[in-house]
Design a binder for this molecule. Sequence first.
Ligand SMILES: [Zn+2]
Length: 310
Amino acid sequence: MKIIDSHCDLLLKMSDFPEVEFDHRDERITVSYSRLLEGQVAVQFFAIYLDSAKPYTFDRILTDADNFWRKIIPQPGVDFIRTREDLRKSVNGNKLGAILSLEGVDGLGGSFANLHILHALGLRCLGFTWNNGNWAADGIGEPRGGGFTLAGRKLIRECDKLGIIMDVSHLSENAFWELAELSESPFIASHSNARAICPHRRNLTNEQINAIIARDGRIGITLVPWFVKSASPQISDVLRHIDHICALGGTGQIAIGSDFDGIGEWIPGLEHPGKFGNLVEALLKAFSRKDVEGFLFGNMYRYLETRLPE
Ligand SMILES: [Zn+2]
């Protein structure tokens, strides 16, 4: 069964280990071309994420974008998705579609010129923060728990204008609600689960889930073990989050955002994208084929079909 995965951190690994190639099966990386093929991944979001070990600079963002362009896009069998037409062609041609996203705008340094350059390089999805606060907004781990700054509010308008998909995973709750008020577009949580099932701050409250459903946004169920269950999570626990969001009326808004290469521990049976078949198998035992197809592929496909630029 085809899968669209709305979050992975392979680009972070590629900046940590410059010798790593996309087609390598290297112990240090989880996402590789062959594993994505094995798992029948049809579309993969590749996030640019800067860790806090070094200063946040636009140069670091460009280095990650360069790796995306040089190592991932030229791989035979990969299509770069920037438009609706790219999406249709890639999926109909059974290619692996690659979407460029940004996790945290720290490295843009408040510059809209930098945003425009990234957009020209194909950026189509933007998360405002990681857990820390930055020039645009506060993340969920920022003690002051603020919302958007003035510059952050301008950034929301600019994303609306450019058609960049906005991602609320990692945002503070105040910022989430401000975005819900200020943005004209249905946003996504690319990699977050339900807090009612696993009480982690990175997961969404029922109110947040309802707001995403009401706007016809998307929620990428994530495979981060500690966002699934506080101890000994199993594949069946991933299903509990899906079940919960369905009960809130979100059967048509559920998607998948693995966070592979952003984690060093895995749910047994879901250690890399080549193992997505185990998730498919478990889902098919609990949900109708039509619903499962929606969770893994169709829901996000329909969203991208209308949200990507023409
Ligand atoms: Zn993340």
